[in-house]
Design a protein around this ligand. Structure first.
Ligand SMILES: Nc1nc2c(ncn2[C@@H]2O[C@H](COP(=O)(O)OP(=O)(O)O)[C@@H](O)[C@H]2O)c(=O)[nH]1
Ligand SMILES: [Mg+2]
Length: 363
């Protein structure tokens, strides 16, 4: 399974393909999301391009000429919004000399990086193996179809069968491991000594990581030694009253998550589920914040964490030009906190709310 190499900071070109030019605007929204997913996975998105093509090329998706023209661009990854067939991936790899990834690859990579508990890691591995299996199966078909033509020697159907068997075996093994781990997990959790834990939830791009960083800077007086033992997605923060808490970044919600990935998505959110309270972020500058709020509610209900132990946060208020909108939302959601994580506005109030919750739930 391909992974974005974080240390080397690979450069990515993001590519969308639409059938008609009036679909460009919607595609651009998806590419914007894909861009932040790419960033989350550790790549550097360089540019986004949208190609109009009424029929994708069965062999090369974007077409041979277009693919050739990308050969000299200074990027390591070509990241496609649409899922490509195994043969398209192989052909594009040869034509361009770049790594070819699609949306599912990136999402799986992000899950893998956010999975911390043993069971979350297993769920992600399972999703990766299942995904690999569908790709192999697809490739098997492609290859046997090519089997008779000139220039293709025995395409290794046999090797593919062995690979498939290996993967299925791996899947069985992981499933057994998973049920074993889940049995012991509950017991361990009860025994663990914990700090007051606050999880960040919300869509990709809502500002979770920015808020995590804003709080960490605010909490610079906190004990540095503790940081060493925390994983990179968890920080120790401190309120003005001196209350310490752990702040956990999460994988975040992604539009239209493929259903095969739902299980691994949910298990990467385990930390959010077991947190004491959750900060639920919404991007107030998004055109779709109402839908996003509705979706957020649904996902949280599904995870059984839609309750009073959450603080609704409207982020990016610096982007709101019309004060009427702000007033309207403040009246409609009196419990919500309005902040700008980037400009560090409203954070004091948020910290006070965290103080209140800690007092209520933690004594
Ligand atoms: N204008 C503005 N931009 C913000 C704010 N908070 C985050 N951003 C930007 O929104 C984008 C996504 O933020 P990020 O923290 O990565 O979101 P995440 O995907 O939820 O972790 C970045 O470009 C941030 O700089 C804010 O309060 N105001
Ligand atoms: Mg983030």
């Amino acid at each position: 399974m391909y992974k974005v190499k974080e240390k080397e900071k690979e450069r990515a070109l993001i590519i969308g393909l639409v059938r008609r030019s009036d679909e460009k605007e919607r595609e651009l929204e998806e590419l914007n999301e894909l861009e932040s997913l790419a960033k989350t996975s550790g790549a550097i998105p360089i540019e986004k391009i949208i190609q109009v093509k009424n029929k994708p090329d069965p062999a090369n998706f974007i077409g041979r000429g277009k693919a050739k023209s990308l050969e000299d661009i200074d990027v390591d990854i070509l990241l496609f919004n649409e899922s490509l067939s195994p043969s398209q991936i192989a052909n594009l790899e040869v034509l361009t000399g770049k790594k070819i990834l699609d949306r599912q690859d990136i999402i799986l990579d992000i899950f893998a990086k956010h999975a911390r508990t043993r069971s979350a890691k297993i769920e992600v591995e399972l999703a990766q193996l299942n995904f690999l299996l569908t790709r192999l199966t697809g490739r098997g078909k492609e290859l046997s179809r090519l089997g008779g033509t000139i220039g293709t020697r025995g395409p290794g159907e046999k090797k593919l069968e062995i690979d498939r068997r290996k993967i299925r075996k791996g899947i069985d093994h992981l499933k057994k491991e998973l049920s074993r781990v889940e049995k012991t997990r509950e017991i361990q959790r009860k025994h663990r000594e914990r700090m007051f834990t606050v999880a960040l939830l919300g869509y990709t791009n809502s500002g979770k990581t920015t808020l995590l960083n804003a709080f960490t800077n605010a909490g610079a007086a906190a004990d540095d030694k503790l940081f060493v033992t925390l994983d990179p997605l968890t920080r120790l923060a401190i309120t003005n009253k001196g209350n310490k808490f752990l702040l956990v970044d999460t994988v975040g919600f992604i539009q239209g998550i493929p259903t095969q990935l739902m299980a691994s998505f949910k298990s990467t959110l385990e930390e959010a589920v077991s947190a004491d309270i959750r900060l639920v972020l919404l991007d107030i500058s998004s055109d779709n914040y109402e839908e996003e709020l509705e979706e957020t509610r649904k996902i949280m209900e599904d995870l059984d964490i839609f309750n009073a132990d959450n603080i609704l946060i409207f982020n990016k208020i610096d982007q709101v030009v019309d004060p009427v909108i702000l007033n309207y939302l403040q009246e409609k959601y009196p419990e919500a906190v309005f902040i700008s994580a980037k400009e560090k506005k409203g954070l004091e109030r948020l910290l006070e709310r965290i103080d209140d919750y800690k007092k209520r739930f933690w004594n």
